[in-house]
Ligand binder design. Structure first.
Ligand code: PLP
Length: 390
């Protein structure tokens, strides 16, 4: 009998395990006979083209969109970069160079905006509440005649706060301004609906909902472009000229299977993961002194728990938890190991030092009550150890 201790994965916001359904759906395109380039003229290529067509249709159906509105990308970063670039090109055409953004966006958005500001765009950051919430009134008040687009994420990757994207979408529609939402943490986990939510552009990433890494998509609302599409990559004309490069057929097929499964089980998953997260939060706050929940108690992604732990560096905790068999994060995957502290925590009012003293635990559909018990025990022990050294 193996005595190896089970490791507990609590970093589902960084990436998720490939689902069995996605894996099986991908196999013929990955390792079987269906490997042809979809641009060919022979029947094998036709099979690949049909697979792409079906994957696009299934993905579109999961977010209330039309197939033509989906562009496959390599993931969330590329979808975000594309969206920001497209929106800026359209804005520039209309002579508009003012952009509104939340300051707690992922760096895939923030760094793209930085590039635009170097090119003469004016990027204005919206206020956020101490729980990381962007009030829709703040968007209304900050909009100007020369605003070309608004970008506010659907849900935050570090503290899990869910934004009022339906209200922001309505405001942007009424004021005739494009609205991009980075829904990388939301798609597959909470409902997003192109018919109701009013976004013009939406970014998503497969590996956040049990598809493989290296595939994502950008939703582009039909009719927001007149004239040529301002593609970021040019070449062979794939994706109807909107994103050149040989398509990742297996990835698209896997992503459609994973998203369909997550969408079908969304309510049940949210209920299960939400209950466990609530218990995790309650027990951590009860058992460990001088801990605060970052973000909102109620308005957060079902899987997200992010704690400020006074006097204890998040990076140290991640290492101690790793030794105890728990996989966690000190912030987002991309800011982990960044001694300057999380930009999200600073934006919600924490100072530089406090912004390095956080731990993010993001549960998944396969997390159990026993896992939660083990996480709480390990965290309590790690915090006590660090505090003893101080
Ligand atoms: N946007 C958000 C909110 C994210 O959480 C991430 C990844 O963590 C990204 C964008 C980037 O996505 P990808 O890793 O697929 O490039």
């Amino acid at each position: 009998m193996s005595t190896e201790r089970k490791r507990i994965y609590a970093d589902n916001a960084a990436t998720t395990r490939l689902s069995e359904t996605a894996y099986r759906a991908m196999l013929p395109y990955l390792a079987g006979d269906c490997f042809a380039n979809p641009s060919g003229l022979y029947s094998e290529a036709m099979t690949a083209r049909e697979a792409l067509f079906t994957a696009r249709k299934r993905i579109a159906a999961c977010i209330g969109a039309h197939s033509d509105e989906i562009i496959f990308t390599s993931g969330g970063t590329e979808a975000d970069n594309m969206a920001i670039y497209f929106a800026a090109v359209i804005g520039e055409k209309w002579g508009k160079r003012h952009i509104l953004a939340s300051p707690i966006e992922h760096h895939a958005v923030l760094n793209a905006l930085e590039r635009l500001s170097e090119r003469g765009f004016e990027v204005e950051y919206l206020p956020v509440t101490p729980t990381g919430y962007v009030e829709s009134d703040a968007v209304w008040n900050a909009l100007r005649d020369d605003t070309c687009f608004v970008t506010v994420m659907t849900a935050n990757n570090e503290i899990g706060t869910i934004q009022p994207i339906r209200n922001i979408g309505e405001i942007c529609r009424e004021r005739g301004v494009l609205f991009h939402t980075d829904a990388v943490q939301a798609v597959g986990h909470i409902a997003v609906d192109a018919g109701k939510d009013g976004f013009s552009l939406l970014s998503a990433s497969g590996h956040k909902f049990h598809a493989p890494r290296g595939i994502g998509f950008l939703y582009v609302r039909d009719g927001i472009f007149d004239g040529d599409f301002p593609a970021l990559t040019v070449g062979g004309g794939q994706e109807r000229g909107r994103r050149a490069g040989t398509e990742n057929v297996a990835g698209a097929v896997g992503m459609s299977a994973a998203l369909e499964e997550m969408t079908a089980n969304m309510a049940e998953n949210a209920q299960h993961v939400g209950r466990l997260t609530e218990r995790l939060i309650g027990e951590v706050l009860l058992r460990i002194p001088d801990v605060i929940l970052n973000g909102s108690m109620t308005n957060r992604l079902p899987s997200n728990a992010n704690f400020y732990i006074e006097g204890v560096s998040g990076d140290t905790l991640v290492c101690l938890l790793d030794n105890a068999g728990i996989v966690a994060s000190a912030g987002s995957a991309c800011t982990s190991g960044n001694l300057k502290g999380s930009h999200v925590l600073k934006a919600i009012g924490m100072d530089d030092r406090a912004a390095t003293q956080a731990i993010r635990l993001t549960l998944g559909e396969d997390t159990t009550d026993e896992d939660v018990d083990a996480i709480v025990d390990a965290l309590a022990e790690a915090v006590a150890r660090v505090r003893k050294w101080m």
